[in-house]
Structures are given as structure tokens and as C-alpha cells.
Design a protein around this ligand. Structure first.
Ligand code: CP
Length: 316
């Protein structure tokens, strides 16, 4: 396994399966009265968040604490970043405090890569979402959830049909899922208005389509993407109502899905836009499970990357 987790493309099939299998074992920790393992005792994990987050930030914090690491939570809001401090100086400051791992979310695509390549930290760098580029641990928790419901633990996702719907253009979740799911053998179809598909999507390991009614029928999992209005500086569709009508998942469309098929969303959701409230809260929805699984998957990533680094040092 590579030292850092910057992209889903960093993971071979073997690496991805190792993380998913480890997460399956660690999922049980959350059900224990004392939810802690001593694995990362004495290690420091820094959560470096330059962009807002609920699920990812909290689940990385819970994951690190459940592995007994010391956790430093850094949020750009309220820090010296608001006085103009650079990523480099922020990273060097945190390095001076002895970070063994830096979990970074940044509005700029490529910021985690820069942090890893420039040597501003000696620790492991984990990408917790960079701009419109990637969100590899989200893809891992999505794959974990699909495995639970579709192929079974211990399996890959060979032949599973996954439809990813909506604002692919601005979605780091879509890119990481396309890469990881294809590594795991799934057949991925992106469904979006032509204006919300990125240039070069034909080089992604996926099929594309524009008809959601057709796409939901053959899918084992339908993953709805948030419409990221905060990243849009132009009009990509005529109106919210028109978007929902053509690309929203409502009960009528959900009823066309196969009986075993699941509904996913990385969150946060725009209820009433890309997904209706009754679909989000239905029995088909695994959206809350995705969040639960996020802690186990992030424990597995820290366990294998930071704990693995520790083992290597001890045996060197
Ligand atoms: N899915 C996801 O990244 O959610 P947050 O922005 O709340 O972390």
C-alpha cells in the first residue's frame, strides 16, 4: 500500500479489499461498551479542515480516538488562515507539533498532493476531499456499504451495476467512486445533464447516459449526488424544478428499481432537489448506514497507514 491516500487510483484491488476487510472487523468496535483499541496510542492525527464538513470531520475524529490516537482538530475558520497564513506555514506549524497523520480537506483540488509532495509533513497524508477532484475515503465507505448489501463481506463488487446521478461536474465523490468501483469490478454508469458531465469523462472507466428512468431499472445501487450550487458560477440547468423532474429520485422512480437495489447519497442532501424526503427516509435508503460505515472505514485507513508505518519503524 502507498504511504499516502490521495486518490482512489492509489489503491490496487488488493489494497482496497484489505481496507474493506479491516473495516469489517473494526465495525464491531462501535458495538462494544468501550469503543477503543490501543493501536495508535502515542500517535498524533491532525484533522486539517479548510472547508466545511460534518460527516468526514467527525468520523475521522471518532476513528482516530477509537484507535487511541491523540487528535488535533484544525479548522481554517478561527485560525491564522483568516490572517492570510499559507497552507505551507500551517502545515509546518502542525508538523512542529509532531503529526503522524494529516487528514486534509481543502477547497483547492491538489492540495493534499502538494502537502505530501512538498515534504511539509513527515506524516501520512489522507485526502478528506479536495475541491472537485477526489474524496477517496467516501468511495471506500460507499463500496463497503454496497458490499454489505449486495455482494457480501469478503467479496469484491464484480458485476454490480452502480448508477451515479447528478452533478458529476463538481463531484469529487463521483470521480473517486468511478475509480474505486471499477477497480473492484463494478459496472458504473453516470447519469447527468450534459452540462454537468466533466470534459474528458469519456476517459473515465464508466458508461454515461442522460435518461434516469431507464438507468434506475437495471441498477443494483443508485447513488444520488448533491447539486453543488456553491461551486456553480453559471446556470447549468433551467430551474431547480426542471432538474428535479428529470434527474431527481422520487418514489415513482424508486419503485422502478429492482427489489434488492439500494439508494445511496454521500450527504449533505438537498431534500426535494436531487432526492425527495420520502425516498431519503425509505427502507431502500442506506444513507445513515453510509455514515456509520464511514467511521469503520476511516479507522481501517488510519490503522493500515499509520499503524502500518509504526510497525515498519519498529521492525526496521
Ligand atoms: N460526504 C461528505 O463528505 O460529507 P461532509 O461534507 O459532511 O463531510
Amino acid at each position: 500500500m502507498k504511504k499516502h491516500l490521495l486518490s482512489a487510483a492509489d489503491l490496487s484491488r488488493r489494497d482496497a479489499i484489505a481496507i474493506l476487510d479491516t473495516a469489517a472487523e473494526l465495525l464491531g468496535v462501535a458495538k462494544r461498551p468501550i469503543k477503543k483499541l490501543p493501536t495508535l496510542r502515542g500517535r498524533t492525527v491532525v484533522n486539517l479542515f479548510f472547508e466545511d464538513s460534518t460527516r468526514t470531520r467527525i468520523s475521522f475524529e471518532a476513528a482516530a480516538k477509537r484507535l487511541s490516537a491523540d487528535v488535533i482538530n484544525f479548522s481554517a475558520k478561527g485560525s491564522s488562515v483568516s490572517k492570510g497564513e499559507s497552507l505551507k506555514d500551517t502545515a509546518l506549524t502542525l508538523q512542529a507539533m509532531g503529526a503522524d497523520a494529516v487528514v486534509i480537506r481543502h477547497h483547492a483540488s491538489g492540495a493534499p498532493q502538494r502537502l505530501a509532495d512538498a515534504g511539509w509533513t513527515d506524516g501520512v497524508v489522507v485526502n478528506a476531499g479536495d475541491g472537485t477532484h477526489e474524496h477517496p475515503t467516501q468511495a471506500l465507505l460507499d463500496a463497503f456499504t454496497m458490499r454489505q448489501h449486495l455482494s457480501g463481506l469478503g467479496q469484491d463488487l464484480a458485476g454490480q451495476r452502480v448508477t451515479i446521478v447528478g452533478d458529476v461536474l463538481h463531484s469529487r465523490v463521483a470521480r473517486s467512486n468511478a475509480l474505486l468501483l471499477s477497480t473492484l469490478g463494478a459496472d458504473v454508469t453516470l447519469v447527468a445533464p450534459p452540462t454537468l458531465l466533466p470534459v474528458g469523462v469519456e476517459q473515465w472507466p464508466v458508461a454515461t447516459g442522460y435518461d434516469l428512468d431507464e438507468a434506475v431499472e437495471g441498477a443494483d445501487a443508485v447513488m444520488m449526488l448533491r447539486v453543488q450550487r456553491e461551486r456553480m458560477n453559471a446556470s447549468f440547468f433551467p430551474s431547480a424544478r426542471e432538474y428535479s423532474r428529470r434527474y431527481g429520485l422520487n418514489t415513482a422512480r424508486m419503485n422502478r428499481m429492482a427489489e434488492h437495489a439500494i439508494v445511496m447519497h454521500p450527504g449533505p442532501m438537498n431534500r426535494g432537489m436531487e432526492i425527495t424526503a420520502d425516498v431519503a427516509d425509505s427502507d431502500r435508503s442506506v444513507i445513515v448506514e453510509q455514515v456509520t460505515n464511514g467511521v469503520a472505514v476511516r479507522m481501517a485507513v488510519l490503522y493500515l497507514l499509520v499503524g502500518g508505518a509504526q510497525d515498519n519503524e519498529e521492525t526496521a
